[in-house]
Write a new protein. Structure first.
Length: 223
């Protein structure tokens, strides 16, 4: 049950995730790739972080799913991109999965979360989110996956949120401004970047809610 408004200052307004973002479930995604062209360059890693919400309406990292991905047949591999990420696409210890299998595994976890949260669709949260969504959509099309759980074009972008909240747009600098540790050695892996992006998204969103609640309390007490 949802309490639409509170009568006392210490009463908590409860809501469901489905109500928080118009029926959309935020899922934080980071991809590591062999270039910038989503249709031609290989998708090499994907990580997705499911966002949960507690009884205080605070967002938190709930679950992470990730896969190393085999380059699709005929994929382009840019040497500069591989040097930047440090990924060897053909290293035997990567335990990489075919692109379709990797996407299906990630999408399966997202669909389960959608069902549990009663949300109608996932909305991708990312740092430069259009880049990540472009690779997800291109891979889903290439693999002929018809049930892509993500909204086809809408996103939440932590570049914008970080600029508004902290005056920073670089992920590491946003994290530092938010009081979070940053491990430069771990950066540029899909799991690490996705989880730090999720932490930033949750912190900014929760802080906004706290400020909004204070404003509501002020208006009720003095309005």
């Amino acid at each position: 049950m949802v309490i639409l408004h509170h009568m006392l200052a210490d009463t908590i307004i409860t809501a469901t995730m489905a109500e928080r973002f118009r029926g959309y479930l935020p899922v934080v995604v980071d991809v590591e790739t062999a270039g910038f062209n989503a249709k031609k360059d290989a998708l090499l890693e994907i990580a997705a972080v499911i966002i949960g919400m507690n009884e205080k309406n605070e967002l938190f990292r709930e679950e992470t799913v990730s896969c190393h991905v085999e380059p699709f047949k005929g994929a382009n591999l840019e040497a500069d991109a591989l040097a930047f990420t440090g990924i060897d696409p053909f290293h035997p210890f990567r335990m990489a999965k075919p692109e379709k299998e990797a996407l299906q595994e990630v999408f399966r976890v997202i669909r389960k979360a959608l069902k549990q949260s009663n949300c109608k669709r996932a909305i991708l949260v990312g740092h430069n989110a259009a880049f990540d969504l472009g690779f997800i959509n291109a891979a889903a099309t290439r693999c002929e996956i018809k049930r892509n759980p993500f909204h086809p074009f809408s996103t939440f972008d932590t570049v914008t949120l970080g600029g508004v909240a902290y005056g920073q747009t670089v992920l590491a600098r946003i994290a530092s401004s938010a009081g979070m540790d940053w491990d430069q050695e771990a950066a540029h892996s899909a799991i690490y970047d996705a989880e730090r992006t999720a932490d930033i998204f949750c912190q900014i969103t929760n802080r906004w809610q706290q400020l909004s609640q204070l404003d509501d309390d002020h208006q009720r007490d003095y309005g």
